[in-house]
Structures are given as C-alpha cells and as structure tokens.
Design a protein around this ligand. Structure first.
Ligand SMILES: Nc1ncnc2c1ncn2[C@@H]1O[C@H](COP(=O)(O)OP(=O)(O)OP(=O)(O)O)[C@@H](O)[C@H]1O
Length: 257
C-alpha cells in the first residue's frame, strides 16, 4: 500500500461504557484510554463483547451508560461527522454487489461532499495497491483479498484518522491474510492512524497490534503490549488464548531443529 493525504489519528477515551441486551451486559462498564496513533486489538472468545464495544465508538450501538470521547469530542455532537472521521471495515467487506469498485469507494465521498471524487477514488486504489483499471470491475469479479482491499479503500476515502475494524482479515486465506494485515500495519504507521481491530486470532493480534485488550463477558481481563502478554501471561482466559499461537510456534520450531 502506498501513501495518501489522510488525517492523523485521534485519541479515544471510553469511560464506564455499558451496553445491556435483555438484562445482560454485552459490554460491562468498560473504561479504556486509547492513545492517538496506537494500534489496539480487541481479543476474546465469541460473545465476549468485542463487536459491541467497537460499535459503541462509531455509534452503531448506543451505550446505555458511559461516555465516549474522540480527541475530547463526544461523537454524538452534531458537529462531529462520524462517517467522515471514522473508517469502518468489516469481515467480507460489505461491498454493494450491484455497484462497481469506483462507486463502492465513492459511496462515503458523496455523503461527505468531497470534491473531485473520481480523483479520490484513484488515490484510494493506489493507496491499497490495486490497479486503476479495477475501478470499473464489479465486486464479484475480484478475489477475496482484492475485495477486502476495496473495503479498506472505501473506509479510508474520506480521510478518517480513526479506523475501526471488525475481523477485517477473517474471510481470507492465511497467505492473503498475512500479506494484507502486514500491508495495513504499514499503512497505519505511515498515515499515523489510530486503529482498533476486533479479532479472534491471538497470533494476528500479537503480530500487528501495539496493545492487546482481552475481553470476557463484557469486561476487560487483560490489557498489555504483546511482548508483556507473552512474557507475563494473565489469568486462565488470557493464558488459554496465548497457548494456541505459542504451542504452534514451538511445534514448528522443533520441526526446524
Ligand atoms: N443486537 C443485539 N441484540 C441482543 N443481543 C446482542 C445484540 N448484539 C450483541 N448481543 C449479545 O451481546 C453479547 C456480545 O456480542 P458481541 O457480538 O459483541 O460479541 P463478540 O465478542 O464480538 O462475538 P463474536 O466474536 O462471535 O463476533 C452476545 O451475548 C450477543 O448475543
């Protein structure tokens, strides 16, 4: 992925954020301070509240209690443009199948009233390393990895500083997954984005995030840099999550000696 003119990432502060469904807390009084420019992975078992927590930040889910600030601003403020300032990437991209690549990427540009959307579409294709003539291709003519690149291009088109990603590499084969996640990490660094990524995959989180937040039943059970999580472990939930990539790495290392 190559360079583009995008915003620097904001800091994100959640205080006592809860979301209750049918009397049960999917997100349970979470307080989290995310530094501008950092890359945070939200990890945890299925149903632990990762997606719900992520969606409280871009208001797809309204918290029952608590406050959220993005660079000190409450994203519910009328002046705050969530669509423009926050990019959102989901597993399988959510591209519109009846629209070509250019129209998919330009989707948010019209809403954000960006001038010269055609030029911006080309900039975004370059940013995610796709040939410019892919602009007229339909999503079903692309590989999964190419579609996911278009999903990133669409999310980045309005120049957001904050990227929220829900299993962004989850639908990809391991090689494409590794290539694209490494390319995204490089883009994150180059553009100074703030990235928050939900993943089931502890190995992926350890390899690309600066900080890993582990959730269980809506609560934070660990919050540490990858190296600290590996060296110091945590409670049984954290240790079980780390045991998988650690065991695989050890078994592969043994095969090499
Ligand atoms: N719209 C909803 N209505 C009712 N319950 C919900 C809703 N969204 C989420 N939940 C519940 O909240 C809890 C947390 O769900 P969430 O999707 O945040 O978990 P997750 O960690 O992202 O899971 P997964 O890894 O499987 O996607 C689950 O028990 C889920 O059933």
């Amino acid at each position: 992925m190559t360079d583009g003119n995008l915003n620097r990432g904001p800091g994100v502060r959640l205080k006592d954020v809860s979301r209750i469904y049918a009397g049960r807390a999917a997100v349970d009084a979470i307080t989290l301070d995310i530094a501008a420019g950092s890359f945070v992975a939200l990890v945890g078992s299925s149903g632990s509240g990762k997606s719900t927590l992520l969606k409280t930040i871009n208001r797809l889910v309204k918290p029952n209690t608590g406050t959220i600030e993005i660079d000190g601003v409450n994203p519910t403020d009328a002046a705050y443009s969530v669509r423009r300032k926050i990019g959102y990437v989901i597993q399988g991209t959510g591209l519109f199948p009846h629209l070509d690549v250019a129209a998919n990427i330009a989707m948010g540009l019209r809403i954000a009233r960006v001038r010269d959307p055609q030029r911006r579409v080309n900039d975004m294709l370059k940013l995610v390393d796709l040939p410019l003539d892919y602009a007229s291709r339909m999503p079903d003519t692309l590989s999964g990895g190419q579609r996911q690149r278009v999903g990133f291009a669409r999310a980045l088109a309005t120049g957001p500083g904050l990227m929220l990603m829900d299993e962004p590499f989850g639908a990809l084969d391991p090689v494409t997954r590794d290539n694209l996640s490494t390319a995204y990490r490089a883009l994150h660094d180059r553009l100074g984005l703030t990235s928050i990524m939900v993943t089931h995959d502890m190995a992926e989180a350890l390899l690309i995030a600066d900080r890993i937040v582990v959730l269980d039943t809506g609560k934070i059970v660990a919050d540490a840099a990858p190296v600290d999580l590996l060296n110091n472990g945590g409670g049984p939930i954290v240790n079980a999550l780390i045991a998988v990539p650690r065991g695989q790495a050890e078994r592969i290392a043994k095969m090499l000696t």
